[in-house]
Design a protein. Structure first.
Length: 148
């Protein structure tokens, strides 16, 4: 596990996966690693909220993520959603126009994380790669500062 200050998370990408350039704008920062086949990815997005999640609710945060995905991919549909108190947050599957994303949405106070394993809709799923991406997703620890 290594600390990634850009997304405020302890992460452990699968061995041999290639880190992509950090993406950042005024609303979020995202780090992505691509599998050897390039059909699977593991990523962490960190974002700040305009109000504490206690005021706006996790459903509104999720809707913002779905809307952003739909803008980029022409479509996005929540396939499954399950509350998980261990996160705390939601376990999700979102089917976009380009990617199928299996994610943990974690929110706390004024910030949130979208930690995911995704596969391309145009390519066959490599189950071993997907398993590795999902394991990395589930081992990601968010919100800790370096050294905690």
């Amino acid at each position: 596990m290594t600390w990634n200050a850009s997304v405020l998370a302890q992460c452990d990408p699968p061995s041999g996966w290639v880190a992509q350039p950090l993406e950042s704008d005024s609303r979020h920062t995202e780090q992505l690693w691509i599998s050897p086949s390039t059909n699977t990815a593991y990523g962490i997005g960190h974002f700040n909220l305009p109000l504490p999640v206690a005021l706006i609710g996790i459903d509104r945060v999720l809707q913002g993520i779905v809307d952003d995905m739909a803008d980029k991919e022409k479509s996005a549909t929540v396939v499954s959603r399950q509350t998980d108190p261990k996160l705390p947050g939601l376990r999700l599957e979102i089917k976009g126009g380009l990617y199928d994303v299996r994610a943990n949405l974690i929110v706390s106070g004024w910030e949130g994380w979208f930690v995911y394993a995704s596969t391309s809709n145009d390519d066959p799923i490599d189950q071993k790669e997907l398993d590795l991406a999902q394991l990395a997703r589930d081992h990601t620890v968010v919100g800790l500062r370096s050294g905690q």
